[in-house]
Design a protein around this ligand. Structure first.
Ligand code: SAM
Ligand code: SF4
Length: 336
């Protein structure tokens, strides 16, 4: 498929349903060739809602006056135990940039999880850190790191973040993670304030060049009380097109059907799979902390048990002809 700059613009803006159906079909073909009809499950554990940053879009930003929590190592291990029983073989530990999460503490958690579950992959998503810190986390056993670049346009980045957050540092972190041997995930919100076709083209060009192992994209959803709390949400349709373009551009990428899509549309995750996604991330966090991890309004599945959400995801995937295997689901360099 032609993914020239002009054609990307056409695919992002056309109202021709045939062109979009062709794009989705091509994306699914590309995915199936590398991974087969499989969707990999990751257990999301929201380890801390404390954050020192003040990203303008996020409900966990420093200036939000809200109840905060962090999970103890025992609580995290309990989430993993529940998840392991349910067939999860990847645990994603995500949280705000919390100074309490020192290298020592995170490494201890990573080592303990690896010791108890040596057949599982650990993904960390704890924001920006220094290269030395990333190196320690890798050494402790972390396999993957998710750090969305948020936008590949420096001026747009400056509009979404306070001045102390530097675009160059975000990009440096991604490069450091790559150099240290992590499977790396970047990504962005679709429809964030200030985004344009031009900034999206830069995002796609960055992904094409960087070739990350994972790309997380989902619609921007306003969060009450943030500077962007009254901005319109991003479009589900545009998110699906972008997922498909990313899959066609980079057939090997691990591409989640994000909860933000599921929040915006009851069939959002199924539709993402139909556009070439191949990862789902049900929430394994303790029920009583989920409501406190409120990145945006009406976050999905706040109350359901881990077992319930895993069963729900399996049923949804089976209904669209996809298998959910009990495996780590690592990045594949070669085709099946
Ligand atoms: N603190 C870490 C970081 O920023 O990488 C990880 C947690 S952060 C909540 C994870 C992702 O949530 C961010 O990369 C951002 O893209 C997304 N996010 C934050 N606010 C959002 C919003 N209002 N709508 C949709 N996604 C949002
Ligand atoms: Fe903190 Fe991440 Fe939210 Fe930014 S996006 S405020 S770093 S939790």
């Amino acid at each position: 498929m032609n993914l020239s700059s002009n054609n990307i613009e056409h695919l992002l803006t056309t109202s021709d349903p045939v062109a979009i159906d062709d794009l989705f079909a091509e994306a699914c073909r590309a995915r199936d060739e590398v991974y087969g009809r499989k969707v990999f499950m990751r257990g999301l554990i929201e380890v801390t809602s404390h954050c020192r940053n003040n990203c303008l879009y996020c409900g966990l930003r420093r200036d939000m006056r809200c109840a905060r929590y962090r999970l103890s190592k025992e609580q995290i291990l309990d989430c993993c135990r529940t998840g392991y029983e349910l067939g999860f073989r990847t645990f994603v530990m995500q949280g705000g940039e919390d100074a309490w999460m020192t290298d020592e503490r995170v490494c201890d958690i990573v080592r303990s999880v690896k010791q108890e579950f040596p057949d599982c992959a650990i993904t960390l998503s704890l924001g920006e850190r220094g290269r030395e810190s990333f190196a320690r986390l890798k050494e402790a056993g972390a396999d993957r790191y998710l750090l969305r670049h948020e936008t590949a346009d420096a001026a747009h980045y400056a509009l979404l973040h306070p001045a102390e957050m530097r675009f160059e540092h975000r990009m440096q972190c991604l490069q450091d993670l790559r150099d240290l041997g992590f499977q790396v995930g970047c990504g962005f919100m679709v429809g964030s304030p200030g985004q344009s076709i031009e900034t999206l083209k830069k995002d796609l060009a960055f992904i094409d060049e960087f070739r990350p192992e994972m790309v997380g994209i989902g619609p921007f959803i306003p969060a009450d009380g943030t500077p962007f709390g009254h901005e319109p949400a991003g479009s589900v349709e545009l998110t699906l097109r972008l997922l498909a373009i990313i899959r066609v551009m980079h057939p090997h990428v691990l591409l989640p059907a994000t909860s933000a899509l599921g929040t915006m549309h009851p069939q959002g995750r199924e539709r993402a799979i139909g556009a070439g996604a191949n990862v789902v991330m049900p929430n394994l966090s303790p029920r009583d902390t989920r409501a406190l991890y409120s990145i945006y309004n009406n976050k999905l599945a706040t109350g359901s048990e881990a077992a319930e959400s895993a069963a729900d995801i399996r049923a949804r995937m089976a209904a669209i002809g996809m298998e959910v295997p009990t495996e780590r689901g690592d990045y594949r360099k070669t085709v099946v």
